[in-house]
Ligand binder design. Structure first.
Ligand code: C5P
Length: 287
């Protein structure tokens, strides 16, 4: 095999609870992660040596700062018998620094893709441990799906797929810094109570999601303070017959879930804020 094409899906958070600040500076989290059909496309091509990253987005770094580059570096370090390199091309469809794990999913896809390209077997657990050094969401992105994530976000427990649901994803043209959101969260705090057990039980045992439970995001207050447009976007969603609206990760992306594809398409087609990234997507199972 000389080249390989891969899809790298984005994620949303259906719930995000911050349990506390850890000694290593990260926060102890409880999250429900869900992958969606919005995806980057990645092409891997063997070359004689070295790592090259190219992409369709001028703002993305192509050197070591790119998480996909880091994933390739870890791959070659752990497989020294391979004396070739790779050219990585990323077609960027997922908004950058948006709370959708865009960079993380590219890194996970590149790691998995390199094992496929060079026809090597891999152990999922081992890949996850390689990837947690790149970022907290990267291990999840290896397989995606509906997942309960804890610790920094790297301890994963697969849940039953919530089924195909249509959503509208809206990202304002505002790049948010995740560390800044967490820092502000530490100062102002979010919710004091979060019944995560009921959320987990709902997802494990019931056919339908009860959105009245604590499907919420502790980072909401901090993210809205940093980016007031989040509130404006949520207000617009209120008039679109959405079942559920929430901030994804540390934002600024907001998504709404609808009972039908038609309702989602209508909401997206009538979106009034012209500078936002707006797309209709659907939830996808693990891949
Ligand atoms: O792990 P990742 O590099 O994606 O994290 C980016 C930043 O988000 C961290 O530097 C930290 O400020 C914050 N973070 C955190 N606790 C987590 C995950 C991320 O404080 N569990």
């Amino acid at each position: 095999m000389r080249e390989l094409y891969l899809k790298a899906p984005a994620k949303i958070n259906l719930a995000l609870h911050v349990k506390g600040l850890r000694e290593d500076g990260f926060h102890e989290l409880q999250m429900i992660m869900q992958s969606i059909s919005l995806a980057d496309r990645i092409k891997l091509k063997k070359k004689s040596g070295g790592i090259i990253v190219k992409n369709s987005h001028t703002e993305l770094p192509t050197g070591r700062e790119n998480l996909a580059y880091q994933a390739a570096e870890i791959f070659f370090k752990n497989n020294p018998e391979i004396n070739q390199g790779v050219e990585i091309y990323i077609e960027k469809n997922i908004p950058i620094a948006a709370g959708l794990a865009g960079g993380s999913t590219d890194a996970a896809a590149v790691m998995k893709g390199l094992y496929l390209l060079f026809e090597l077997e891999y152990d999922l657990k081992e890949l996850r441990s390689f990837l947690e050094n790149i970022g907290s969401d990267v291990p999840y992105c290896l397989e995606g799906g509906t997942v309960y994530a804890s610790g920094r976000g790297e301890i994963l427990e697969e849940l039953p797929f919530i089924g195909e649901k249509y959503l509208v994803v809206v990202t304002p043209a505002f790049k948010i810094s995740t560390p800044e959101v967490y820092k502000l969260y530490d100062q102002i705090k979010g919710y004091d109570k979060f019944d995560f057990d009921s959320v987990q039980n709902n997802l494990k045992n019931d056919q339908e999601i009860d959105w009245e439970l604590d499907y919420k995001n502790d980072l909401k207050k901090a993210a809205e303070k940093i980016c007031p447009e989040i509130k404006e976007i949520k207000d617009i969603f209120k008039n679109t017959k959405a079942e559920f609206t929430m901030l994804s990760g540390s934002g600024p992306t907001v998504f709404s879930i609808y009972s039908s594809r038609e309702l989602a398409e209508k909401a997206a087609a009538r979106w009034p804020r012209k500078n936002d990234f707006v797309t209709v997507a659907r939830t996808v199972p693990s891949y």
